[in-house]
Design a protein around this ligand. Structure first.
Ligand SMILES: [Zn+2]
Length: 324
């Protein structure tokens, strides 16, 4: 294995921003902290397409350097926040100046990005996502974890659906997209038991919790103390109607798996996205009360109200809303 050492700019800025900065500081001497990284030659591809296709989606383009050997495009681990301490793991692609070949280099350092902690999510479920991430083969992992565990706190895959590129599927609304699609719902017996007693559902897609760049969709309920109880979470390659349909249906599958009656929720609390509403109606097909998420609504109203010129009227409207 060939190991080369190249100086790397310690920068968390994207390509364009770096160039912009250079322009602004054209007359100043920009001093940048340099850091050495050991790069390991992972593979060389005959052309750029093949090389780029080999890059997992945990990598995001960061910046480009032009060197005598060719263009080097650096990628950062996107499991670390863009603004903040970066993960030690990174890769770069060398587009050889003298041929079509492209070499992929990887840092010697392992991933050390800080995993985001999200309040309310079961530790087991979190561990589950990590395992999913570390394990390359998603489908195999799902298959191996569908058994309902005896331990009520152990996470398991309630249901999953993996659609491959070449497969035909009925998701007309997503047809323009390419690439594989998947949906996985993970929960535990304890969380499903909580679900079985719930009459109202909360659903939202959160981008605070991301697995391989895909949204994590969370469903749950709130108790009278306003504490949120998640039923489990879904990782999905999208957040459209079909994805929420999948989650709501997964809850019903979960009810069957723990021998409980199917759920007939009477209320849905969400940010009123059509995808969530339609998914809910298609699965539970019951008449329900659409309850808008209060926090989402207030944010929206504040956005509108601040466009009103008369500050007195604006203030009155906000006060009226809060009286509701
Ligand atoms: Zn990382």
């Amino acid at each position: 294995m060939e190991v080369i050492q190249v100086a790397q700019y310690d920068s968390d800025l994207s390509d364009e921003v770096v160039e912009e900065n250079n322009d602004l500081n054209r007359n100043k001497k920009v001093k940048k902290k340099k850091r050495s990284k050991y790069w390991i030659n992972k593979a060389t591809f005959d052309n750029a397409e093949e090389a780029e296709a080999s890059i997992e989606n945990i990598w995001s383009k960061q910046y480009t350097n032009y060197t005598e050997h060719g263009r080097r495009v650096y990628y950062r681990c996107n499991k670390a926040k863009l603004r903040g301490p970066q993960c030690s793991a990174s890769i770069h692609l060398l587009y050889h100046a003298d041929s079509d070949q492209v070499t992929v280099y990887k840092t010697e350092g392992e991933h050390d990005h800080h995993d985001e902690k999200v309040r309310g999510i079961d530790e087991n479920v979190k561990k589950c996502i990590e395992e999913l991430y570390n394990d390359g083969d998603l489908e195999q992992w799902c298959e191996g974890n569908v058994e309902v565990p005896i331990d009520e706190n152990k996470a398991f895959v309630v249901s999953y659906k993996i659609l491959y590129d070449n497969e035909e599927y009925e998701d007309d609304e997503d047809i323009e997209e390419d690439g594989n699609k998947f949906r996985i719902f993970i929960s535990s017996v304890r969380l499903l038991n909580i679900a079985s007693m719930s009459l109202h559902l909360h659903a939202d897609a959160t981008y605070k919790l991301i697995w391989q760049g895909f949204p994590v969709l969370i469903v749950g309920t709130t108790d009278f103390n306003k504490a949120f109880h998640p039923f489990g979470l879904a990782v999905s390659s999208n957040e459209k109607t079909k994805d929420f349909e999948f989650i709501f249906n997964s809850i019903q599958v979960g009810m069957e798996k723990i021998n409980k009656d199917l759920l007939y929720p009477t209320a849905l609390i969400s940010d009123a996205a059509d995808a969530i509403k339609n998914g809910f109606t298609n699965i539970f097909s019951s008449s329900y009360n659409q309850i808008m998420c209060w926090a989402h609504m207030k944010r929206k109203i504040n956005n509108r109200v601040c466009q009103i010129d008369d500050k007195h009227i604006a203030k009155e409207i906000i006060e009226d809303v809060e009286m509701l």
